[in-house]
Design a protein around this ligand. Structure first.
Ligand code: SAM
Length: 322
């Protein structure tokens, strides 16, 4: 398989000055979207149709600024424009609207906060260290981050559960499972299965709240544990290690693998999901390369990795916790 196949057409190599300009100015639409999120614009729009002067007055921003922002949001599809009026798109009225039950506020705030963090990339490149404003064990931070992980995974987890054949498994450990969104999806798909989600206590509090809203949540149990230092109690048919590998060094992960393998029943499976690099030089897919930059900004030893053998085909689209 040639390298181009792994690139999946995600991006062009930069070879001309125009390529470079286009790549650098790609920040413009993301900045427009971030500004809208920072203003809680979709919440302000809600279910009504607005003219710019009335909405600007309501939001206490300039008419000129709002007119140009809204025009660009309509161009991008987040708002609907008709004549001189604007209303929310379906996405804007639900996931981006704090008054709607489907609002994904914690994930939106995580994404918007990354704008300023990525602006400080040079600091981490120079020091080799994370920005250091997040304390992984602080309960408030952990709670918000865990909800963000749930919002991020809502659609993906059932898709993954549909692809994995767990019919022979009775017990599953979701190692570093955070909100338990994957564990819940596996339980919903496999009525014979019982699952345990293991993580920091504040993350498990969120997992309990989420599980309480699902029938299959009765088959989920909770294991507070530091996966780097504690021994995994009990044994399991399946251990699911999803989106944790990239937080740690190869040395750390080897220790986790040893622990996990020792906690498998005979014939059991350790399943790993992460942002893997798949080409010979370890450059692609683009998402996995860029995700390593997040790990530089936010973790002490994290990175993205290549599997030991190149995979036979490109992976499914992967969306880690950007
Ligand atoms: C990026 S989230 C992934 C959550 C979930 N597995 C998923 O795929 O959506 C990483 C999770 O690993 C947990 N984690 C990282 N290091 C840990 C440690 N040393 N002990 C326990 N949990 C840890 C975090 O608390 C967090 O919930």
């Amino acid at each position: 398989m040639c390298e181009d196949d792994w690139r999946g057409g995600v991006s062009q190599r930069i070879s001309t000055f125009d390529d470079l300009r286009d790549a650098i100015t790609a920040y413009r639409l993301p900045r427009v979207l971030n500004a809208a999120l920072e203003l809680n614009l979709c919440t302000a729009v809600g279910t009504k149709t607005w003219t710019i002067p009335v909405l600007a007055h309501e939001m206490k921003v300039s008419e000129r600024g709002l007119a140009i922002l809204c025009r660009n949001l309509a161009m991008a599809g987040l708002l609907k424009k008709k004549g001189e009026t604007y209303r929310n798109s379906r996405l804007g009225a639900t996931a981006l609207n704090a008054a709607h039950p489907a609002y994904r506020g914690d994930y939106l705030r995580l994404m918007t906060s990354h704008w300023a963090d990525w602006g400080r990339l040079l600091e981490s490149v120079q020091s080799g260290l994370p920005l250091g404003h997040d304390e992984p064990d602080a309960p408030d931070y952990r709670r918000r981050f865990t909800w963000a992980m749930h919002h991020r995974t809502l659609e993906t987890a059932p898709q993954i559960a549909a692809q994995l054949d767990l019919r022979g498994a009775r017990t599953l450990l979701d190692l570093g499972g955070g909100p338990g969104t994957y564990a819940m999806a596996f339980l919903a798909k496999n009525p014979q299965l019982r699952a345990t989600v293991c993580d920091r206590p504040a993350a498990l509090d969120v997992a309990k709240e989420i599980a309480a809203t699902h029938k299959a949540g009765a088959r989920l149990s909770y294991l507070p544990l530091d996966l780097l230092t504690d021994t995994i109690p009990g044994t399991y048919d399946v251990i699911w290690y999803s989106n944790v590998l990239h937080i740690y060094s190869p040395h750390d992960n080897r220790a986790v693998f040893q622990q996990a393998l020792a906690a498998l029943n005979p014939g059991g499976r350790l399943l790993i999901q992460d942002a893997f690099l798949h080409d010979r030089e370890g450059l692609f897919p683009e998402e996995a390369s860029l995700f390593a930059v997040s790990m530089l900004l936010f973790t002490e030893r994290g990175n993205t990795y290549s599997p030991t053998r190149p995979s036979p085909r490109p992976p499914n689209r992967y969306c880690p916790s950007r």
